[in-house]
Design a protein around this ligand. Sequence first.
Ligand code: TXA
Ligand code: MG
Length: 324
Amino acid sequence: MARPTDIELTAAAEALARGELVVFPTETVYGLGANALEPAAVARIFAAKGRPADNPLIVHVADEAAARKLVRAWPPFASKLAEVFWPGPLTLVLPRDASVPDITTGGLESVAVRVPAHPIAKALLERARVAVAAPSANRSGSPSPTRVEHARDDLGASVAAYLDGGPTDVGLESTVVSLLGERPVLLRPGGVTREQLEAVVGPIDVATSAPDAPVLSPGMKYRHYAPRAKVHLVASDALQPTIDRLRADGRRVGAIVSTESGLAGAEVVVPGSKQDAARWAHVLFTSLRELDTAGCDAIVVEEIASEGLGAAVLNRLRKAAEPQ
Ligand code: TXA
Ligand code: MG
């Protein structure tokens, strides 16, 4: 694994303390970090990403004790989930403490908190000694970065330090769960699956994205995760006909398909079997970026089953495929 030196880590922690931006790896995707309790520092995140001001940020801390300082309530569900899934790809939404500024929460009375598992993220948080607000380190709307080069391509010189940890492990973002009501509500599927959550806390509710439903997680209303090419998400039996039709229209077509599809070619990415959702999660965002770079203007993606990590993979693909 790529690993920053001690000097680089210390410099990055000092940059955070000065109110500057730092890109760092987590086990999910790379984050664009700033001191979460310093409004001027957090404002730099929104500017660098081109992010809408009402889309709140996840605050990263080194451990549960630090997370508790950012919230006004710590219900039994929080203890259970933190015990099993922290450090790891789970974000909890709780009533915010008064110390958390409006800009960090997008004006909401709640705050999203997470303890990442990646050794470089942990080392940075321990040295920085501040809570670190960090959205994914991409320009708003683009696929999340799973390698430091993706973040550099998107954000360039607006960032004081880039920490390279090589490709990230999970490949898509953390699961976001609201603990504001009586029952946990899944706001965004991610690295921890619904099945894993329910094994610990019993049945949970799932936020719908019906157009008339109240917006629980502001980020869900924006277009997301999309490469420049238009994404077409199709069932296995529609793959070849869709590719043929787009080619006949003069499109340069890339594809992301399962081993079972039998398709191959220069601009065909095969993450693995339809059953292996973890592999799909791992390569999804990288593949979308690579097919863009290869000059494709259409990307046809095969649907996989919506179980386990497959739910998160499909959630990102559906958003990527939304009309622009
Ligand atoms: O894996 C991840 O979660 C990565 C890494 C860097 O930790 N971060 C990430 O952050 O994906 P971002 O900003 O790209 O996504 C944060 C999501 C958004 O959908 C946002 O609306 C939601 O979390 N969120 C944040 N605070 C919230 C709150 N108080 N209530 C509801 N949703 C919230
Ligand atoms: Mg993001």
